[in-house]
Design a protein around this ligand. Structure first.
Ligand code: UDP
Ligand code: MG
Length: 316
């Protein structure tokens, strides 16, 4: 099988027949062997009955239906697990991504050796203020933290070598950072292609402004897990030790100062009347807490069933 196209759909009934026909046309023009896998993410409109009709009419079309809405990441995860193609595409169901991009992205994977090719909505047809601008800011941050030079990390249209999607695990709302997940799994040849982008024709967007808040938090989580997931003590130990040392130096200073003043018969304040005393106290306590977090983190890391999962590229 050449190509698998995975399409998460949440209440997108009106778009699906058009999208399915468009994909079929592109695939047949090029003579690709392909399958299209729709994942109905717990839709409450006519999405499932539309998919049933499409699947009945075209043997290339497959679909699965979640009993409730789990989110785009969950839909992609299940799609990835079932994909049989050598090159796997993901695409939004709302006709904003164009199937016409498939042949060139397919070629980039097959001939230019890319592990992953991400679409880049260069001329984005969404609301400028609520989406395009925050998205630029978000992408700049993501580039900085992940080290992957993509303009549009969260583009729904992407192509992968099958091995990539079988090696990563998308969960929560991590679909925004699949290139980062791929990079962490050792797939570093990541490219992008400017793609056509259309206005949403039917229905409405499923993500509000909270996408950006959640997106930034998830980015931090991923960064932390990538750097310290395997050895949390390297993070908590260092910060804890620093805190503890700061507190310790302050404590020594408070005691020495008092002893010296006493010895010289000078006036001195009670230790508990000095602001420094409270700062020292807080620093020492924080240091100990950070250390404890490190130990607990190490226990969690040790019981992680993935702790010895390595992505072996080849073996002779
Ligand atoms: N989607 C999904 N589950 C959800 C939310 C969205 O499967 O809980 C799908 C949705 O049907 C669409 C794609 O994810 O195919 C992208 O969603 P949307 O077009 O709303 O995002 P936007 O284009 O506004 O970024
Ligand atoms: Mg959309």
């Amino acid at each position: 099988m050449g190509i698998s196209v995975i399409i998460p759909a949440y209440n997108e009934a009106e778009s699906l027949p058009e999208l399915s026909a468009w994909i079929a046309r592109v695939m047949q023009e090029r003579g690709y062997a392909y399958e299209v896998l729709f994942v109905d993410d717990g839709s409450t409109d006519g999405t499932w009955s539309t998919l049933q009709a499409l699947a009945a009419e075209d043997p290339h079309v497959h679909a699965l239906r979640f009993r409730r809405n789990y989110g785009k990441s969950a839909a992609l995860y299940c799609g990835f697990a079932r994909a049989r193609g050598e090159v796997v595409f993901t695409m939004d169901a709302d006709l904003q991504d164009s199937p016409e991009e498939i042949p060139e992205m397919y070629r980039m994977i097959r001939e230019e050796g890319y592990d992953l090719v991400s679409g880049w909505k260069q001329h984005r047809k969404d609301n400028a203020l609520t989406k395009n601008l925050p998205s630029k800011l978000y992408n700049a941050t993501a580039r900085c933290i992940t080290g992957i030079k993509l303009h549009d990390m969260n583009c729904g249209l992407k192509a992968y070598r099958a091995e990539v999607v079988k090696s990563i695990e998308v969960y929560g709302e991590m679909h925004r950072y699949i290139p980062y997940l791929a990079k962490n799994a050792g797939f570093t040849i990541i490219g992008e292609k400017p793609v056509q982008h259309a206005k949403r024709k039917y229905g409405k967007s499923k993500f509000g402004m909270n996408r950006f808040v959640n997106g930034f938090l998830d980015l931090q989580t991923l960064w932390f897990l990538t750097k310290f997931g395997g050895n949390p003590m390297h993070f908590f130990g260092v910060t804890g030790l620093l805190m503890f040392l700061v507190g310790f130096v302050m404590t020594v200073w408070i005691i020495v100062e008092k002893l010296v003043q006493q010895a010289h018969g000078l006036k001195f304040r009670a230790v508990t009347e000095q602001p420094l005393f409270y700062l020292a106290l807080v620093a020492v306590v924080l240091g100990v807490i950070l250390f404890l977090a490190g130990f607990i983190g190490e226990m969690v890391a040790r019981s992680n069933s993935d702790r010895n999962r390595y992505n072996i590229a080849e073996e002779l």
